[in-house]
Design a protein around this ligand. Structure first.
Ligand code: ZN
Length: 150
């Protein structure tokens, strides 16, 4: 029997490199590039620094994100994310690992309110099936559906 959430094949089509502006919202900036370039699936990675961060941690019992607000300058050790569709629009899901002046690391789900000090990205855009997020009763999250062509 086929797993409806099993792997689907994509082909790399375009690769973008660039940087976001000082003071820009990190998540909003990445989402806007994906919408402008009509990237419906792909992946993102990035490096840089933020002047403050707002991360999410998903509370599995309460089925809600709680905010981790870090109100100081931090290095971005790693941003990794993917791009798919939610309500028909390109949607960025990304996680961040950050470090402070003593090298301690923090991390979480990238949320609005994370402000760019400097940021360099690589975005790979892929062609292939439509990958759409839909509400999942089991987890309370918007996960990739099983349709593939809906
Ligand atoms: Zn996440």
């Amino acid at each position: 029997m086929t797993n409806p959430r099993g792997p689907r094949a994509f082909r790399p089509s375009r690769v973008f490199m660039g940087s976001l502006s000082h003071g820009e919202d990190l998540l909003a900036g990445l989402t806007s590039i994906c919408r402008q370039e009509e990237i419906r699936s792909g992946r993102i990675e990035g490096l840089g620094a933020v002047s403050k961060a707002n991360l999410g941690f998903y509370d599995q019992d309460r089925r809600a994100y709680h905010s981790i607000e870090l109100a100081s300058p931090l290095e971005i050790l790693s941003l990794k994310g993917n791009i798919s569709l939610k309500e028909g629009e390109p949607f960025v899901h990304a996680h961040l690992t950050l470090s402070d002046a003593s090298g301690r690391a923090f991390g979480g789900h990238l949320a609005l309110g994370t402000v760019v000090f400097a940021f360099e990205y690589v975005i790979e855009a892929w062609e292939g099936p439509v990958l759409e997020r839909r509400f999942d009763e089991t987890t309370g999250l918007f996960l990739w559906d099983g349709g593939g062509g809906l």
